[in-house]
Design a binder for this molecule. Structure first.
Ligand code: NAD
Ligand code: ZN
Length: 384
């Protein structure tokens, strides 16, 4: 058996009313000043106020920064870095989706140094963490609270880019189910499909190990079983909690093995056409799995055995088809577009998309099937 390795955040709490754990964490710090990092959508949702109330009640001094844009460019994160560098703090508490958490992770690496976020894109290996990070996810998707990645858009190349550093693992994660109560149904659905793609891609990745398999299969089960109930009944908090946990497992799985071709082909769609990350993954998910199938049928079948044991009598090929059909059914039932028509993508854009996707070697190298240019082109064509 090959050796396996798993990296995880230092402490993780799941449940409700978890702010006491945050208080305990800050109490142990010498400098108790906090940067409370979030976005304007979260400010409006009312989810930040309880943290402010907690800080005020417990005499924890904080500055708040909420100007981060969804799916930010590295330039936008660099601007925020300059702004928050004026504050004196030792801990960043980031509450939000992947956009907020990724920006907070990046800032924690270069705060009060000569480095910029742009420098991290060029070489993330020379930095170490400059302040503690507490990550509180509010979407059911990215698992950024558990990953060593942060994704930024590079506008001059019209593409998204993953900066990778072990130093990004947070010190504390709070998975509070109340934070996903206000999540609009459409964002809940697309972010959960993102998390499902993390689990399925990691399970079928060339780098999968027994450790990543265990985590990815648990995440996949949580999401397969709960995404439609959560979508159909906004008050089904058990289903939302299962998705929040599934998304976290997806993040751990990414750190253990890594996503593959769905994400590689998705990055240019996010970078140039600003399609939300979960939506672009959802559009590509089924098509990529179908093209990958000759090389991953056994993996899809073993995931099927775990998630859908009642399908046990099917052949490997039938189980793989069943999993791909399930993915397509979910995307349809949660009403995510299944093609690129409404996003202004034209056949003239095909060469850009293919060239750009083929440059995502960090992800494509993990794909069990070595995709040809023609296969990548055909995947895009099939969703145009
Ligand atoms: N670091 C990683 O490992 C990783 C993995 C996957 C994706 N990502 C990145 O994460 C970003 C996407 O993150 P996301 O899908 O979580 O969405 P997001 O952070 O961009 O948030 C989307 C919108 O939802 C709102 N929102 C979030 N939570 C809410 C809540 N509970 N109630 C009301 N509104 C809420 C936000 O204000 C925002 O307007 C992309 O840039 C993607 O590339 C990172
Ligand atoms: Zn993703």
């Amino acid at each position: 058996m090959d050796n396996a390795f798993l990296k995880m955040p230092n402490r993780i709490y799941l449940g409700e009313n978890l702010l006491g754990h945050l208080g305990d964490f800050i109490a142990k710090k010498e400098n108790k000043n906090v940067l409370l990092f979030t976005d304007n959508g979260l400010m409006k949702s009312g989810l930040v106020q309880p943290i402010e109330d907690y800080f005020n009640k417990n005499n924890i001094s904080y500055e708040i920064e909420s100007e981060i844009k969804p799916e930010p460019t590295y330039i936008q994160v660099d601007e925020l870095l300059k702004k928050v560098s004026k504050f004196d703090f030792d801990t960043i508490v980031a509450i939000g989706g992947g956009s907020v958490m990724d920006a907070a992770k990046l800032i924690s690496l270069v705060l009060h140094t000569d480095y910029s976020i742009k420098d991290l894109i060029d070489d993330p290996t020379k930095v170490s963490k400059r302040c503690s990070t507490v990550l509180i996810p509010t979407t059911t998707g990215t698992g950024s609270e558990a990953t060593i990645n942060a994704i930024v858009t590079i506008p001059e190349k019209d593409v998204k880019f993953g900066i990778v550093s072990d130093e990004m693992l947070p010190d504390l994660v709070l998975l509070d189910v109340n934070n996903v109560k206000t999540l609009p149904k459409s964002i809940m659905a697309s972010s959960a499909v993102d998390a499902l793609s993390h689990c399925v891609e990691c399970y079928t990745s060339k780098n999968a190990t027994v450790l990543s398999d265990g985590i990815a299969s648990l995440g996949a089960k949580n999401i397969f079983e709960n995404i439609i109930p959560a979508y159909e009944d906004a008050d089904n908090m058990d289903a939302r909690k299962a998705l929040l946990l599934g998304a976290f497992y997806g993040g751990v799985a990414i750190t253990a093995s890594g996503t593959t071709a769905v994400h590689a082909l998705s990055y240019p769609l996010g970078g140039k056409f600003h399609i939300a990350h979960g939506v672009s993954n959802a559009i590509l998910f089924k098509q990529v799995m179908e093209v990958n199938k000759p090389d991953i049928a056994d993996r899809l079948a073993s995931l099927c055995d775990f998630v859908f044991p009642s399908e046990g009598s099917k052949s490997v090929d039938e189980k793989a088809d069943f999993m791909i059909a399930k993915i397509a059914e979910i995307v349809k039932k949660v009403e995510i577009p299944t093609d690129l028509k409404k996003f202004g993508v034209k056949s003239d854009d095909l060469d850009f998309l293919v060239d750009s996707a083929l440059q995502q070697t960090r992800l494509l190298d993990h794909n069990r099937r070595k995709l040809t240019r023609e296969e990548v082109e055909n995947i895009y064509k099939s969703v145009m």
